[in-house]
Design a protein around this ligand. Sequence first.
Ligand SMILES: *[C@@H]1O[C@H](CO)[C@@H](O)[C@H](O)[C@H]1NC(C)=O
Ligand SMILES: *[C@@H]1O[C@H](CO)[C@@H](O)[C@H](O)[C@H]1NC(C)=O
Ligand SMILES: *[C@@H]1O[C@H](CO)[C@@H](O)[C@H](O)[C@H]1NC(C)=O
Ligand SMILES: [Zn+2]
Length: 579
Amino acid sequence: MIALLVLVPLLVAAAGTGLSPRRQPNARVPNRHDELRALEWGDLNFLHTTDTHGWLAGHILEKQFSGDWGDFVSFTTHMRALADARGKDLLIIDTGDRHDGNGLSDATEVNGELSQPIFCEVDFDVVTVGNHELYTGIASLQEFHSIRHHFQDRYVVSNVEVFDDSEWKPLGSKYRVFETKNLKKRVLAFGFLFNFDGNDKQITRVTKVEHEIEKQWFQDVLRDILPTVDYIVLAGHIPVRDWPEFQTILDAIREKHSTIPVSMFGGHSHVRDYVVYDDNAVALQSGRYVETIGFASVNLTENGPEFSRAYIDFNQRTMAFHSGAASIAEFVTDRGRNLSEYIARTRQQLDLDDYQTYIPQTYYMDRAPYPSERSVYTLFEENILPLLTSPPELVAKQQTRFVFLNTGALRFDMFKGPYTKDSTFILSPFRNKWFYIADIPLETAEKVLPILNGQGRVLQANSRFMGALYLNEMEQEEVVEQQGDGYIGSRRPSFGYVTEDDEGDQGDDTVHRAWRFYDVPNAIVSVQRKSTENATLVFHGFMTWYIEQALAQLTSLPYEILPHGGEDITELVPLYFQN
Ligand SMILES: *[C@@H]1O[C@H](CO)[C@@H](O)[C@H](O)[C@H]1NC(C)=O
Ligand SMILES: *[C@@H]1O[C@H](CO)[C@@H](O)[C@H](O)[C@H]1NC(C)=O
Ligand SMILES: *[C@@H]1O[C@H](CO)[C@@H](O)[C@H](O)[C@H]1NC(C)=O
Ligand SMILES: [Zn+2]
């Protein structure tokens, strides 16, 4: 309730500011000719968000994802009404990572201070925690005091404890049992975080999934409650494919009940995906950054459950379509409009549109080949990293300078348009510091990057690797076209997600021409050559361990790691484009 109390006066204050009631200022409209696929409703229906990372204002520069959290409020209202009208049920679920990645969440002194109450405006049935809520103690305590306080038993966290008031307490309710509104199905919900170890250990404790399910409480639930329920919802900040955690939990359930239907909702790796675990258990993962609303449904028939899934592009057009609204005006509810206005006002208060420079073309992370003139990594290697200021004592050495950057240091594409305060948080939510090692023989320095890139994909959080692709001329043109604005109103499908999952490639609600994803290396390097025999290595503190590992393979000479100073990468960007 605290969150709402804060929010309501601000909403009142926001009235009458004359802001666009329908969209964030400057946000674009999606292609109105893209074909949409209808949702397949069932007895139980689910809407799922995950890894929102503060993008509650939507994507101002990307028309396909130009809806905002106010629109999601409107959408959930319509969908609940549709469920009631059909005598079916709708459950709304979020699986964590609510900040780090957008100015709306990160430009406040404490991340999430203003964005968490906005998030709380959706009446979720099950909310769980992500690793980004646990990196700092302050974030975890905020989670405990705002999200937990607001959602109460609907905040389900099965394997994380928080240190509050000098004792360890469960961060959320360990599980939740509830009855659905219309069909009166009894549902048992869990909320697990993957086996995460990067948390602030003073404030939170993450128990490995395989250990948590051995505990008495879980065993008791399986023994006493499982036999009394009709359905299991397993929310998890866990990738649905190739990670063991969901399987581990499902196995424990299956040991006690071989057929109870289970719907899993995952996250963390930022992809759209859907995995069939067994005849009665499926898992949906709903992308990232408020690009995607996952939809899942199930008919509970005598022959067992029949499942369906869809990935909804996050914009007003798709949401109005699935709501059965005749127009956008009919779609937007008063509550939704209020929230959109409040978001716009909050962005204004935080100066998120504060203009720094203009980006004349779009640069992609993995949606363009590397190297290429569309690649954000090529841009950094050739134009941006060379602008880093070195300390005078280093400049005096006149050594060839190797500036390394792990590709994971950049979090998102750079879109054509204004580069604002918001863009800095989007490009890189973490303010990394530079370090250097001088007096490394040039030939040794040359060998560091190949080693970093041969180490497997350790530095790379990106899991959408699709293999190195040969680019013919036509494909290169497509890459160029993907960033164009030319197709508003075009009858050719726009580019977007075409997701291949366990049920095929018809799950995306909008029929797109497929984006292609390209392989990217672990790390890149920008080299400024001088004629002396020695070189200097410059890198983010995050990469120190990897650089040391590489050097250990190359040399036995002693070296020293020193702080380098200089601009962080988000400050370097305007230095280049201003010229
Ligand atoms: C929206 O905000 C206005 C003014 O702040 C208020 O009068 C109205 O009741 C709100 N409507 C809803 C549905 O929240
Ligand atoms: C559920 O059953 C209805 C009525 O037979 C059908 O129209 C719908 O497609 C089914 N949904 C799923 C998810 O199987
Ligand atoms: C180059 O570095 C080595 C140590 O790796 C050092 O002994 C040597 O003096 C350096 N040469 C110059 C010209 O600085
Ligand atoms: Zn995430």
